[in-house]
Design a protein around this ligand. Structure first.
Ligand code: AKG
Ligand code: FE2
Length: 375
């Protein structure tokens, strides 16, 4: 789960919840010095990178894992006891990883795509650039005039207040009562954006992340085709079609219609859930990992089934189709420390001066893009 929501005693007891607690980030309170993450036993976490290495070098494969090859010759793995689940280690080249990190920060959060900031601030344009330029978001008190450039005032609660991105110096001239929020703080608090068909999380308020996750868990959200939206960009469509191929029913073509982009910082988690809004579960969800390494939990059809834990590194791709669509899954942990994040190749790619802002973001973050066929 993102944040620190309260969980009922019952859900504390499920095997899935136990695994989430095992891998979640806790700080060591016995240390007097700097806050240090508590050590966690990672010996049971499946590492498809090393499985791939030992498969390539001596054809050894752990029991229950099935090695396969895509039409283009790229190796991937399936699990005997989770039909429909595929893991493609390094499914994205380093260039593709950089491209989609940039898109995830610059263009994907742009209106009409929605983000977790929408309900509170209205649509925000060019957040990433504003963060780079050290701009701040300020409230236009009593503004009932047409929306200022940079955002519109179509707030979910019909409040005429509007928010505007301005230069920091402009704030001091506005005097008291104006509480600026820095764009870089908002960028850090960006938790999701949606591409293609948009969701209606609930009329009551698609406000903050806890609601998002709550609605995700109880199923109180659906695609609303009437909401303004752009089609999934062609390049992302093409990539998703290529990646989806190993999990597609014979002779059928994957049609990407919606995507969720999840942004994780240190301590952020995605609680165990099912993605059940799409009509046809024979079609895969194509899920791409970018940035810092994470632990992914793949459970069974019940929260009582003990989940498998596996590492997800930048460039890894997961497909979930068929029976695997009925399996609980989540992300209890991301690693942002040098040793565990495993983003050296990305750091090298982003080492140019002009890419500094991407480097700074991704060194402490993970991005997941998951693409779906809705109908
Ligand atoms: O972040 C991930 O790897 C999984 C994301 C996911 O399951 C979702 O957004 O439904
Ligand atoms: Fe999911």
């Amino acid at each position: 789960m993102y944040g620190s929501e309260k969980v009922s005693e019952d859900s504390e007891r499920t095997a899935f919840r136990k695994a989430e607690k095992k891998y979640k980030l806790y700080y060591d309170s016995t240390l007097k010095k700097k806050k240090q993450p508590k050590q966690v036993d990672l010996s049971e976490v499946l590492d498809f990178n090393s499985i791939l290495e030992s498969w390539k070098s001596n054809a050894l494969i752990p029991p229950g894992i099935v090695p396969l090859q895509s039409d283009s010759g790229h190796p991937f793995f399936c699990l005997e006891n989770r039909p429909g689940f595929c893991f493609i280690p390094g499914g994205l080249s380093i260039e593709e990883q950089c491209q989609w990190i940039k898109e995830s920060l610059i263009s994907f959060p742009q209106p009409p795509n929605r983000t977790n900031h929408n309900a509170f601030y209205g649509p925000i344009h060019d957040l990433f650039v504003a963060a780079k330029e050290k701009k701040v978001l300020v409230e236009e008190v009593g503004s009932s005039s047409p929306p200022p450039s940079g955002l519109d005032s179509s707030f979910s609660n019909g409040d005429p207040k509007a928010w505007k991105l301005v230069e920091e110096q402009e704030v001091s001239s506005r005097g008291k009562g104006c509480k600026p929020i820095s764009a870089s703080v908002l960028l850090r608090k960006l938790r999701w954006s949606t591409l293609g068909l948009q969701f209606e999380w609930s009329k009551a308020g698609d406000t903050q992340l806890l609601f998002f996750i709550f609605f995700l868990m109880i199923g109180l959200r659906n695609y609303d085709v009437s909401l303004p939206h752009n089609k999934i960009p062609d390049a992302l469509c093409g990539l998703a079609k290529r990646l989806a191929a190993p999990a597609m029913p014979k002779g059928e073509d994957f049609k990407p219609e919606a995507a969720i982009v999840n942004y994780f910082g240190l301590g952020d988690t995605l609680g165990g859930h099912l993605d059940d809004m799409e009509k046809d579960w024979s079609k895969p969800i194509v899920s791409m990992s970018l940035g810092c390494k994470a632990i992914f939990l793949l459970g069974g059809k019940s929260r009582e089934d003990p989940p498998l834990a596996m590492f997800l590194r930048s460039g890894d791709v997961v497909l979930m189709a068929g029976e695997a669509r009925e399996c609980y899954h989540g992300v209890p942990r991301i690693f942002t420390d040098k040793e565990n994040a495993e983003i050296l190749a990305l750091e090298l790619q982003f080492s140019k001066e002009e890419d500094h802002c991407f480097l700074e973001y991704i060194q402490t973050s993970r991005i997941n893009i998951n693409i779906r066929q809705v109908f």
